[in-house]
Design a protein around this ligand. Structure first.
Ligand SMILES: *[C@@H]1O[C@H](CO)[C@@H](O)[C@H](O)[C@H]1NC(C)=O
Ligand SMILES: *[C@@H]1O[C@H](CO)[C@@H](O)[C@H](O)[C@H]1NC(C)=O
Ligand SMILES: *[C@@H]1O[C@H](CO)[C@@H](O)[C@H](O)[C@H]1NC(C)=O
Ligand SMILES: *[C@@H]1O[C@H](CO)[C@@H](O)[C@H](O)[C@H]1NC(C)=O
Ligand SMILES: *[C@@H]1O[C@H](CO)[C@@H](O)[C@H](O)[C@H]1NC(C)=O
Ligand SMILES: *[C@@H]1O[C@H](CO)[C@@H](O)[C@H](O)[C@H]1NC(C)=O
Ligand SMILES: *[C@@H]1O[C@H](CO)[C@@H](O)[C@H](O)[C@H]1NC(C)=O
Ligand SMILES: *[C@@H]1O[C@H](CO)[C@@H](O)[C@H](O)[C@H]1NC(C)=O
Ligand SMILES: *[C@@H]1O[C@H](CO)[C@@H](O)[C@H](O)[C@H]1NC(C)=O
Length: 514
């Protein structure tokens, strides 16, 4: 990137006798920013100016980190480069920004929401480039225009990604076309707000990855990443739905970006280091590829091959499945027959399938959800998507993009509708399942009872022996039975969801899942 230093620019100003915006953070109507001159935000975090990526002779208006001039976080005229080196930016008396080329031709301009009397453009220390009326108050609502409304490939702290229903604006990320080409590439990352909101990465129109729905504290399809550094904020109501994050330590820089190959990364840089480190890539493994195992398949990363059919389903094509082509997915071994008895099989710790044909009822709990699903012959599965145990999500038709999680914390279960015959075949049917569970639990209770008794006996014997040997003050063995108790309550007989573990509640503001 070719950015001339402020000093050279300053000399240029002196020599040319022209007044250009100097290293301040604001641009007024009499000023302009051109080749070599920049704005620097008040805290010296960000810089704005023209840059030319790689070997190209295209000039773009961009915002980059002052300490990382190669890390461009926003590009204004990404679709309309200036092809000569005389690009300049200024602001009109009504508050619109203009980029001109050497021929004074308008290359790019903004469209402010309203006219200003005394407009200025300012590069804020958040990296937001805003146009405001100097006469108006300094609140976000007073901006006539802001670069945060037009994201490039990077989400900065404090920047909302999502839709505003009032203005109709949808803010989303679009990857660069190439490392040296900031024009919009194929990959977009945006909120899908049909019903329950989730974020989806697309290549063109094809879905490639999704975060899963917001469960109240995090995106349920992402592995749990607890970081005290990042505070995620998600807002969904009638006016807008968006995701935003904050960095809790002011000395740390962090950004989220979608790179040219469609990978979503969170990067961090600490004050005294001069490099970015990849905190994580959102796409964790092959099971995160959208619909990896086809309809009604489930992806299990610790298994070879990684794809299998959901229980009660078989590969659609006996030819494709063995050659590891899973796109065709799976079909039911026994068709559903609504008149006969049917039940549900619980699958634990999964990423819920995509919301293609679904229904969401906020008011129903899990038990009512089951009854509701059972009522409708085309309901194929149900789940409780909220972390607090409320809400009923029902699917109709094929189940697409299910994966198993390795971490235990996810706690997301789904109940798949199956004919009674399938459930008893698998030894895990509804009523049969219930009785089996009861038997298992009873057996476990007896065993644990016996175990406790044995241990108690041992303890008594030990104590007795100890006393006898006159070795006292040794800690008694720990009380047995906790594991058994917990697993009993977890393998909940009625299928009612257990309350989320307290760990989850504690990490509420610390979840890093985006
Ligand atoms: C703009 O910058 C390029 C390289 O930095 C230089 O070759 C060119 O002369 C500059 N143009 C002006 C108008 O300053
Ligand atoms: C933009 O800046 C140039 C000087 O760099 C000036 O001649 C021109 O009038 C300005 N245009 C507007 C609309 O302010
Ligand atoms: C562009 O406009 C400026 C002032 O508005 C003028 O001095 C300059 O000659 C113009 N350049 C061209 C190539 O027309
Ligand atoms: C600017 O916005 C107004 C309404 O918001 C619209 O009518 C107009 O066409 C827009 N102009 C440009 C250049 O986009
Ligand atoms: C449960 O969480 C959802 C989503 O966060 C929320 O809309 C709902 O009001 C909560 N319900 C209860 C009973 O807390
Ligand atoms: C995108 O990010 C991934 C993960 O960090 C990296 O391996 C890949 O090289 C990046 N692609 C480009 C084009 O930079
Ligand atoms: C960065 O600074 C902290 C103290 O502020 C120090 O502990 C750490 O070692 C430094 N790291 C590097 C890479 O210099
Ligand atoms: C995989 O199977 C699908 C049909 O289910 C077919 O269209 C596709 O060409 C196959 N892919 C490969 C690589 O053979
Ligand atoms: C079952 O649900 C589907 C999808 O919501 C709906 O179109 C259909 O009318 C429902 N059938 C009955 C009998 O309620």
């Amino acid at each position: 990137m070719k950015t001339t230093h402020a000093l050279i620019f300053f000399q240029y100003c002196l020599l040319s006798g022209l007044y250009y915006a100097s290293a301040g953070d604001t641009l007024a109507p009499t000023q302009s920013i051109r080749n070599g001159s920049t704005l620097v935000s008040s805290g010296k975090t960000f810089e704005l100016g023209f840059f030319s990526p790689g070997e190209s002779n295209n000039y773009y208006l961009g915002i980059w980190y002052k300490s990382f001039p190669d890390t461009v976080v926003w590009v204004g005229n990404r679709e309309k480069p200036v092809t000569d080196s005389h690009a300049f930016l200024n602001i009109s008396s009504t508050g619109n920004l203009f980029i001109f080329d050497g021929q004074n031709t308008t290359i790019w301009s903004t469209n402010s929401s309203r006219a200003a009397r005394n407009p200025t453009a300012q590069l804020l220390d958040s990296g937001n480039f805003v146009v405001k009326d100097a006469d108006a108050d300094e609140v976000t609502e007073s901006y006539l225009w802001e670069s945060f409304d037009f994201p490039s490939d990077t989400q900065l702290p404090g920047m909302k990604l999502g839709r505003n229903f009032k203005t109709g604006r949808n803010r989303y990320l679009t990857a660069w076309k190439g490392v040296n080409d900031p024009s919009p590439g194929d990959f977009t990352f945006r909120v899908d707000d049909i019903g329950l909101p989730q974020f989806v990465l697309r290549q063109g129109t094809e879905k490639r990855f999704r975060t899963g729905v917001w469960n109240g504290i995090r995106f349920s399809g992402l592995p749990l990443r607890v970081s005290p550094l990042i505070k995620n904020i998600f807002v969904a109501h009638t006016e807008e739905v968006y995701h935003m994050y904050e960095v809790m330590d002011k000395s740390v820089l962090s950004r989220v970006m979608v790179n040219e190959s469609g990978l979503l990364q969170r990067l961090v840089s600490y004050e005294n280091t001069s490099e970015w480190t990849n905190m994580y890539t959102m796409q964790n493994d092959k099971c995160d590829d959208y619909a990896r195992c086809g309809p009604n398949g489930i992806c299990k990363i610790n298994q070879t091959p990684i794809c299998e059919c959901l229980e009660g389903f078989v590969p659609r094509s006996e030819r494709e499945w063995p050659v590891l082509n899973w796109t065709g997915g799976c079909v039911r071994r026994t068709p559903l027959d609504c008149l006969k008895r049917e039940g549900f099989l619980k699958i634990e710790n999964v990423k819920l399938p995509d919301l293609l044909d679904f229904k969401f009822d906020e008011r129903l709990n899990l038990k009512d959800c089951r009854a509701e699903c059972l009522k409708n012959c085309s309901c194929t599965a149900y789940a409780n998507p909220n972390h607090n145990g409320s809400g009923c999500l029902m699917w109709f038709g094929s189940l697409i993009d299910i994966r198993e999680f390795i971490e235990e914390q996810s706690e997301q279960d789904i109940y798949i509708r199956l004919p009674a015959s399938e459930i008893s075949d698998e030894g895990a049917g509804d009523s049969i399942w219930k009785s089996r569970r009861t038997v298992i639990i009873t057996a476990t209770s007896i065993i644990s009872g016996l175990l406790a008794l044995v241990l108690a006996c041992c303890y008594m014997v030990c104590k007795y022996r100890r006393k006898k040997k006159e070795i006292s003050r040794l800690p008694p063995p720990k009380e047995p039975g906790f594991y058994v108790e917990r697993s009993c309550s977890e393998s909940n007989v009625s299928g009612l969801r257990t309350e989320p573990l307290t760990e989850n509640a504690v990490t509420l503001t610390m979840e890093e899942g985006r």
